[in-house]
Design a protein around this ligand. Structure first.
Ligand SMILES: [Zn+2]
Length: 59
């Protein structure tokens, strides 16, 4: 099940149910499937600044 990811810089949440259509990634695109060069659409932070929102639930 695709996870939501939160930008640690600005708090933007990437939701795979919404995708990032403004930047060419349609509804249903998992965060893991975004290219390494993808950036936060709000603040421009790299993927490495994002953390999964539900981390810990399945541990
Ligand atoms: Zn951000």
């Amino acid at each position: 099940m695709p996870k939501k990811y939160e930008c640690q810089v600005c708090g933007y949440i990437y939701d795979p149910k919404l995708g990032d259509p403004e930047n060419g990634y349609p509804v249903g695109t998992a965060f893991e499937d975004l290219p390494d060069g993808w950036e936060c659409p709000v603040c421009g932070a790299p993927k490495t600044e994002f953390k999964p929102l539900d981390q810990g639930l399945y541990e």
